[in-house]
Design a protein around this ligand. Sequence first.
Ligand code: ZN
Length: 330
Amino acid sequence: MPEPPVADGPLLVETLAIGICGTDLEIAAGDYGEAPPGEDHLVIGHESLGRVAEAPADSGFAAGDLVVGIVRRPDPVPCANCAVGEWDMCRNGRYTERGIKGLHGYASERYRISPDFAVALDPALSQVGVLLEPTTVVAKAWDHIERIGHRVHWEPRTVAVTGAGPIGLLAALLGVQRGLEVHVLDVVEHGVKPELTRALGAEYHTQPIGEIGLAPDVIVECSGVPSVVMDVLYQSGHDGVVCLTGVSPRGRNVTVDAGALGREIVLENDAIFGSVNANRAHYEQAAQALADADTGWLERLITRRVPLDGYADALQRHAEDVKVVLEMQA
Ligand SMILES: [Zn+2]
């Protein structure tokens, strides 16, 4: 890649690390993503950590700062939500995303960015700051869970998180930080997922959610597994809030008694909603959540660090992977 164009923004950033997630694997397989207009390739990398190399004096940033680039950019119209900085709720779908949709990502040794789309991180997060972007996804989910919960007098005590991947474990972390009793459910019986769950002081279950004898006040669905998605719709407690964050594959049919499900949702005042992406406020909330977390726990979430020249291996799933990170500087 050539040096990044000055038109991309006045901050010059040296990329330290790029997190790899399921979206990157889909892009690499050609199933998702969009190159910039007129180009035949897309630089991936939407989960990033960098260090500022050059910053104008009035930018609010200085050389040496740890920085993360925001992924989404408002649509050009802009719609009512993008116009007020809520690009995560874009109404016309014409938003762009660095490393995913119409804009090159951060997986180059250097990139440029406007300070409006850069977020400063606590210097103590130099080994784990690449987890900021996935944390923004759960910061938004929790923000909306709380807004929805407060439709009434609300005293939540228990939360169930389905799926113990990076998003599920970070959702559990934010639940623990809120003082809730957290239950994490996954089919994996041994290894880092149950260990990290217990290290948070949360409970780990390998049974389906209907079999753990819990009626959680909040459920955060992070697996995207169709049968699990259907299960969680039935399993929240009265006045429950169920947040779906996992992106399910199409074409997997599950038989549902739609009458019974609708009846359950109505008679229990359940609220079920979907959540994706994040705006600047969520990046700031996530930066605070990481700064408040145990750095050692966050480091254990990164189960594999791959040097840049091993990128092809970073794009392969290994059985014990939780979060895989590409190290960008030799
Ligand atoms: Zn918009």
